[in-house]
Structure formats: structure tokens, C-alpha cells
Design a protein around this ligand. Sequence first.
Ligand code: KIV
Length: 266
Amino acid sequence: MKKTGLLDIQKMKDEGENITMLTAYDFQTSRILDGCNVDILLVGDSVGNVIMGLENTLPVTVAEMIYHVKAVVRGRKHALVVADMPFMSYQVSIEEAKKNAGALIKEGGAEAVKVEGGENVEAVIRAICEIDIPVMGHIGLTPQSIHRMGGYKIQGKDEQQREKLIADALAVERAGAFSVVLEGIPKSLARRISDTLRIPTIGIGAGVHCGGQVLVINDLIGLSGKFRPKFVKQYAQVEEIIKNAVKEFVTDVKTEKFPTDEYSFK
Ligand code: KIV
């Protein structure tokens, strides 16, 4: 299997092939997902909630992102690695945005960065693209805007919001982004945006009419505790598997069934 590059992502859209993207935060998960031919590995700032146990993504830093990006890059052979730009790493100035995007590429080893926002970040996306760092956009329910949105709420519910989101999508494309995540919007709106844009859309909670789909890996495998939003299809119950294995280990140690001679040195 050959390495997935940026041009392959646009080719998939042009040829009607759906793009697959999953989050990854560590070496082993990256290795496994890469071996399953996932097209894009996203080192999401969801690392904050999923791995660090934070309430939201806002406290995640560039240094923390770089740490996880490095691990994911070491684990993959084929997939395109995209790194999220965390909150406040691109909002203060274009110079800081370029520097931080550069660090995720140069130190982390990612091949592209993801930025949340539409018309409000058009200039930022353009500036990062102009220094040859590919950018993935992200509009709709953008978790870094949790306070403005008043929580994790489906966006694009009225016509005014829908028109705004179409303008945001067009701004992201105009600025040079190579793709855009559509999160938490009605599927009819996702279809309208996907049909309007030249670049691929990648949906999460945005229905089937996107150019591809993304999920958080822990949600997909059932390793997110009680958190289970409507748009998540749980393909496995890994939490149950871990619990059973660990309970068995605890019993074995307490009853001296482990380690047997098989696991001991003479
Ligand atoms: O941080 C993240 O995991 C994301 C995806 C949910 C798109 O942005």
C-alpha cells in the first residue's frame, strides 16, 4: 500500500470514494489503525477529553499536541497525519499561528494541521497555506467555541445559521484548505455544503452525504465510559474486554494462579 498524500484526498472526492478518518493519540493505536487502511489519522485536540480527562479541549497546549503527534507519526506507514491546532494557538496573531502550525509539522512530524472556524479564520488559513502547510478546516459544532455556543449543540438549525455555515465553508475553501470537517449539523445542510464545495467534506454527526466520515477512536471501540452521542456507532465494547481481563488478573494474583512456571524463569 502506498503512502496517502494530499492529492490522494482530493482524488478520492473527485472519484466518489469516501474518505475515512479516525483520531489517534498514541503509537500503538496509530499502528493498528494504519494497518486497517484508514486514510487520515487525526491527532485531535479531543486528546484533552479522551486521554487527559479534561472537561473540554480548551486547556490543551501546542507542546501536548506535539507529544502526541510524534507518537502517532512513529506508528503510521501510510495514512496522512493531521494535527489539530489547539485553542489560542492561532487566534492571537497570524505570526503565532504560522509559528505554531510550523512546530506541529517540523517538531511533531504531521503533514497538515486542522483549524476550527470559518470566515473568522479565513486569513489565518490563507497565511498557513501560503507557507506550504496544508490546512483542514472544521466548521459547525466547533468544540473550541463551546462557551459561545452555550454547550455542544447541533448547529445550522435555522436558515440564518445555515446561510452562515455555507459562507464559512466557502471561506475555508477560498483560503486554500484541502478539506473541511463538518461537525454536528443537519444532514441536509451537510449535503448542500458538500455539493457546493470543490474540496472534500468529512462529517461527524453530519450524515451520509459528506465526502468522508471521522469518529473519535475511543467512541468507535467503546472506550469512552458513558459518553455516547447519537452520531457514534460503537463497533466494539473494549471497556468490557479490559474489565474482564483485569478482573481475571486480580483473581489470579490473589489466588497464586499467576505466574505459573510458564511465566517464570528457572
Ligand atoms: O479533536 C477532534 O477529535 C476532532 C474531531 C472530532 C473532528 O476535531
